[in-house]
Design a protein around this ligand. Sequence first.
Ligand SMILES: [Zn+2]
Length: 80
Amino acid sequence: MSRMIIIELIDAVIEQIKRDLNDNEDATAIVELLLSVPRDALEAYLPDSYEPSICPTCNGSGEGMHEGTTCRVCKGKGES
Ligand SMILES: [Zn+2]
């Protein structure tokens, strides 16, 4: 979980909140609220399965072995 940047973390928490509340309202107010919440609390809110793993083939870059190519394992996502 420590690899996630805070914006990704907040996005993930918002998605989780929407699932929990079955609510698709504008997320702006939720973002402002979450920015005041400690990061640990945000991470604790997410299911354990959330953490994406870095693609070992491209080491998360999404690039293939040669310049201008896309990693064939993760299709350029950088996650496996
Ligand atoms: Zn890859």
